[in-house]
Design a protein around this ligand. Structure first.
Ligand code: ZN
Ligand code: ZN
Length: 407
C-alpha cells in the first residue's frame, strides 16, 4: 500500500482512481470480517492501519468503538465532517463473492464496508493536501448505525465537540440505483423509525367455548387492519407515514384460547407532526378496539432515529461538487424521501449538512432489478467507490474554501 499519495490541484477524480485498488482491498478485508453493533474493533484496527503515519489526531469513543480522525489544515478555517459507518447486519450472506463473510450470520449487506473504505481513502487524499487546506476535516467512523444509536452515543460523549462541525456529509451506497449516479433532496430525506409493541390482553379458556373467554386473536387482527385504515384516512397523503405490523405472537395449540396476543412493528414518518399524530392514533385505535371487546391493549412506542433532514444549501453544495467532478448528469434530484432511517439524522441536528446516495448497481444489471441494501444477495460495483472518494474530498475542500457558496 502506497500511503503517501501526491495529488495535482483539485484533481480528486484522478487521485481517487489511483487509490481505487487500496479502497477495494480495504473494503474486501472489512467485508470478509464483518462486525455488529457498537463494538467493531477489528474494523477500527483496519481503518487505523490505513491511516497510520499520516497527520491525524484521533478521538476514540468510551462506550463504543467510534473513531474520529481529525485533520487540521495548514491554515485556520471552519470545520467539515465526513461520516462513514462501520457495522454489518445480523444475517447470513448468500453471495458467491470470493471475499464473502467468514462470520456466521453476519453480513455487510448495507454497504457500510464500502462507506468505511471510501472514507479512509478520502482521509488519505485530503491529508496529502493538508498544506492547501484552510480549516479542519473530521472523519467520523461510527459503529452501530443499524438501529444501535452509534452516532448519538458519539455525540453524547462529546466526540463531535471541539472542534464542532460547521457542515456534515455522509454517503450511502444504493445497489438499486444507476452506477455512478448521486442523488439527494433538500428537506426530509429519510424517515424516522420507531419500534411498536402492542400487547392485547383478554381471558384465556377452551377454544370450543369462546363466549367464556376474551379471545385476543381476533382483536389483534382487527387492530392490524384498523391501523392501516387510520393511516389512509387520518394522515395527509402528502406527509406520508408507514405502519407495519411485522410480527404477531399468540397461542400455543389448536384448542386453547390464549390470554394475550403480542404484536411488533415499525412506524415511519418524514415530519415530526405526522410522527406524533400517528403515535397518538396507534394508541387510540389499539386501546379502543380492545376496550370494545372487553380486553385491554398496552401500546409501547420506543422512539428510534429521528427524521433525516438535509439542509438546502448543503444539497446545493453537493450538487455543485458532483457536477464539477462528473457533470450535471451524475446528479439526480430525488422527488420524495425514502422511508428507511439513518442515525446520521443526529449529526444533522448538530451541523447543516446532507446525506447523499451513490448508485452502485453491478455492471451489466438493470438497476431496477438489482438486489437492494439488506438483501442476503446484495453485490455492488466496487469501481464506483472511486467516485465516492472523490466526492467526499470535493465536498470537504469546497466547504473549507468557500462555505456553502451556491453555484
Ligand atoms: Zn442498513
Ligand atoms: Zn446503511
Amino acid at each position: 500500500m502506497n500511503k503517501h499519495v501526491t495529488i495535482g490541484a483539485g484533481d480528486w477524480t484522478a487521485a481517487a482512481e489511483a487509490l481505487l485498488e487500496d479502497t477495494i482491498a480495504l473494503r474486501r478485508a472489512i467485508h470478509r470480517e464483518p462486525e455488529l453493533g457498537l463494538h467493531t474493533p477489528k474494523t477500527v484496527a483496519k481503518v487505523e492501519a490505513a491511516l497510520a503515519g499520516l497527520p491525524f489526531a484521533f478521538k476514540r469513543g468510551r462506550s463504543t468503538t467510534g473513531l474520529v480522525a481529525i485533520l487540521r489544515g495548514a491554515k485556520p478555517g471552519p470545520t467539515v465532517l465526513l461520516r462513514g459507518d462501520m457495522d454489518a447486519l445480523p444475517m447470513p450472506e448468500d453471495t458467491d463473492l470470493p471475499f464473502k463473510s467468514t462470520i456466521p450470520n453476519t453480513m455487510h449487506a448495507c454497504g457500510h464496508d464500502t462507506h468505511t473504505a471510501m472514507l479512509a481513502s478520502a482521509a488519505r487524499l485530503l491529508a496529502a493536501k493538508r498544506d492547501d487546506l484552510a480549516g479542519t476535516v473530521l472523519f467520523m467512523f461510527q459503529p452501530g448505525e443499524e438501529g444501535h444509536f452509534g452516532a448519538r452515543y458519539m455525540i453524547e460523549e462529546g466526540m463531535l465537540d471541539d472542534p464542532a462541525p460547521d457542515a456534515a456529509f455522509a454517503l450511502h451506497i444504493m445497489p438499486n440505483a444507476p452506477a455512478g449516479m448521486f442523488s439527494a433532496k433538500a428537506g426530509p430525506m429519510m424517515a424516522s423509525a420507531d419500534h411498536l409493541h402492542i400487547a392485547v390482553r383478554g381471558r384465556g379458556g377452551h377454544a370450543s367455548m369462546p363466549h367464556d373467554t376474551i379471545d385476543p386473536i381476533p382483536i389483534a387482527a382487527e387492530i392490524v387492519i384498523a391501523l392501516q385504515t387510520f393511516v389512509t384516512r387520518q394522515i395527509n397523503a402528502h406527509d406520508p407515514v408507514v405502519v407495519t405490523i411485522a410480527r404477531i405472537d399468540a397461542g400455543t395449540t389448536h384448542n386453547v384460547v390464549p390470554e394475550a396476543a403480542y404484536m411488533l412493528g415499525t412506524v415511519r414518518a418524514v415530519s415530526e407532526s405526522a410522527r406524533s399524530k400517528i403515535h397518538r392514533g396507534i394508541r387510540q385505535v389499539a386501546e379502543n378496539i380492545a376496550r370494545a371487546h372487553g380486553a385491554t391493549a398496552d401500546v409501547e412506542i420506543e422512539p428510534g432515529f429521528p427524521v433525516t433532514v438535509n439542509d438546502a444549501d448543503a444539497v446545493a453544495h453537493a450538487e455543485a461538487a458532483v457536477a464539477g467532478l462528473f457533470g450535471a448528469d451524475a446528479w439526480h434530484r430525488m422527488a420524495a424521501p425514502i422511508m428507511g432511517a439513518e442515525d446520521f439524522s443526529y449529526v444533522l441536528h448538530r451541523a447543516k449538512g446532507a446525506m447523499i446516495f451513490l448508485g452502485v448497481c453491478p455492471e451489466g444489471e438493470d438497476f431496477r432489478a438489482a438486489c437492494p441494501c439488506h438483501s442476503n444477495k446484495m453485490v455492488l460495483n466496487e469501481a464506483m467507490m472511486a467516485r465516492g472518494v472523490a466526492v467526499h474530498c470535493a465536498l470537504a475542500e469546497r466547504f473549507l474554501r468557500e462555505g456553502f457558496a451556491r453555484p
